[in-house]
Ligand binder design. Structure first.
Ligand SMILES: [Fe+2]
Ligand SMILES: [Fe+2]
Length: 505
């Protein structure tokens, strides 16, 4: 296959207002025209307000790019019914661009007059059909405006794709090579399993974050994999490469060092949705069959923070044998729960077990599903990950860090982007979360992140049913299974190699 070199620009925000920096636009376009790019992809917010005069201006400026061009609409382009003008002045809102051994499928993820995104109903179906139709292509690229995974340094996590979890799941299932997007004006590259998530910063808008400058990304696709370079207007470059290893069948070597049972959302209560028998069966199976070294409850132990429910919950958890760590979820700290949680289960504390360290992080807030770790919490997390660098570090929190399928993602963890960055930059060995009522397991960069579904609450979103996870840590691998809480059937969630040079071995 021939190499493919793509210039990825985004968020030009063309307007005659101050938001638009025409010299930044010209600099980037000149650079693109003089380098050997095969293609330019613009991931949206071409204009600032979707206005006619902006589109007229933009259609003129866009023509300065002397390369094949794919342009995706952004939320700003859709403002003021601008999506109608986009097609007239720029091009189609959806499409497919084929090259040699690859394909780029681009789509409109905008919602009229909202900053949030969605790849709903028909769009989702269209994307799925295209991924199936082009499944024979070695390189599959999907481009849309909205980000897929929380980004650092964006302030509050919001304007997310409402079904980011479903989209992520779809792209992973279809072995998509690269997802290209923009929107948050923050350049970032993550590897999620074998998918490279390439976020471009803003090419020519004044609204950069954290004092950053304008930038674009250079994407190089070769036989081996994908390399993304974030190129800033100052000339600084940051680069990241991912070369997937195939085939992906691993067999653990060496002995098993630790077995974790991860549960979440038991929601003990007297409501009909609480499945008492399911919880009892699961506890029995955990004690007698799975015999873990530690049980970790990722929160929402009770359905409401009242004494009667805590009393009941205590009866169940006393039956669970061995070590336990529980972090509170938002249900646990509702009403009197903040006090009751500490009275019944105690303050979650760091626990060291041989070469392993468990780091509980508080993310739940009063009376809201939205969680936050906060800047103080983030600093503490960084410090602890640093302090225990020599150990196998397991971070435990309630709120999910990566979008979960089947859940309407509204940015459940306010500062998910920053927390995810801390987790990945420190190459955290394992992170366990438990929000959303569905299971998901992905490795972001070098860090496996596993979300538990609900063990005993009927209102879940897991097609597999109520469940809990088993995570076995071997000398060279982490293997995660999901166990159906009623029937006991099992499903592999993931197998991830542990790099042998990590210091704890
Ligand atoms: Fe933008
Ligand atoms: Fe945007």
């Amino acid at each position: 296959m021939m190499d493919m070199l793509i210039a990825h620009i985004s968020d030009t925000h063309i307007t005659n207002e101050v938001a638009f920096k025409s010299y930044a636009y010209d600099l980037i376009v000149n650079e693109i025209n003089t380098k050997p790019f095969d293609l330019v992809v613009h991931t949206g917010d071409v204009t600032n307000n979707g206005l006619r005069e902006e589109y007229e201006h933009a259609s003129y400026l866009i023509k300065k790019i002397e390369k094949p061009l794919v342009v995706v609409p952004g939320n700003h382009d859709a403002r003021n019914v601008g999506y109608e003008l986009f097609e007239k002045y720029i091009g189609p809102l959806y499409g497919v661009y084929e090259f040699d051994n690859g394909v780029i499928i681009w789509l409109d993820s905008t919602i009229p007059d909202l900053s949030d995104g969605r790849v709903g109903g028909y769009k989702f179906k269209w994307l799925k059909e295209k991924l199936e139709a082009y499944s024979h292509k070695k390189i599959k690229i999907v481009a849309a405006h909205h980000h897929l995974v929380p980004l650092p340094d964006t302030g509050r996590e919001r304007n997310v794709l409402f079904n980011a979890g479903d989209v992520l799941d779809l792209l992973l299932t279809h072995e998509v090579t690269l997802y290209m997007c923009g929107h948050k004006h923050v350049p970032n590259v993550y590897r999620v399993e074998d998918l490279v998530v390439d976020n471009a910063g803003c090419a020519s808008c004044r609204k950069t974050r954290k004092g950053d400058v304008n930038s674009y990304n250079i994407v190089k696709i070769t036989d081996k994999g994908v390399k993304v370079v974030i190129r800033r207007l100052t000339g600084d470059e940051e680069s990241k490469e991912h070369n997937p290893i195939r085939p992906k069948i691993f067999i653990p070597r060496g002995r098993r060092l630790l077995r974790i049972v991860q549960i979440s959302e038991s929601n003990v209560s007297d409501r009909v949705y609480f499945r008492k028998r399911t919880l009892e069966n699961a506890i029995k199976a955990i004690n007698e069959k799975y015999k873990p070294d530690i049980v970790i409850h990722c929160g929402d132990v009770v359905e409401k923070g009242i004494e009667r429910y805590y009393e009941k919950a205590m009866e169940y958890y006393e039956k669970v044998k061995g070590e336990k760590i529980i972090v509170p979820g938002h249900n646990d700290i509702s009403y009197l729960g903040y006090e009751l949680f500490r009275e019944y289960f105690g303050e979650p504390e760091v626990l060291e077990l041989g070469d392993f360290v468990f780091i509980p992080i508080l993310s739940a807030q009063y009376e809201t599903q939205i969680g936050v770790v906060g800047r103080t919490g983030q600093k503490m997390l960084s410090r602890m990950l640093e302090e225990f660098r020599e150990k196998f570090r397991i971070v435990i929190m309630h709120h999910n860090l990566v979008p979960v399928p089947g859940v309407k993602e509204i940015g459940y963890l306010e500062d998910a982007g920053n927390v995810l960055k801390i987790i990945t930059e420190n190459e955290t060995e394992l992170t366990l979360t438990g929000h959303g009522g569905n299971t998901s397991a992905v490795k972001v960069e070098k860090s496996p992140i596993i979300n538990a579904g609900s063990i005993s609450w009927e209102l879940h979103r897991n097609p597999f049913g109520n469940s809990f996870n088993i995570i076995d840590i071997y000398e060279d691998m982490v293997v995660a299974f999901e166990i159906q809480a009623t029937w006991g059937s099992r499903k592999v969630l993931g197998m991830w190699k542990i790099k042998s040079e990590i210091p704890w071995l």
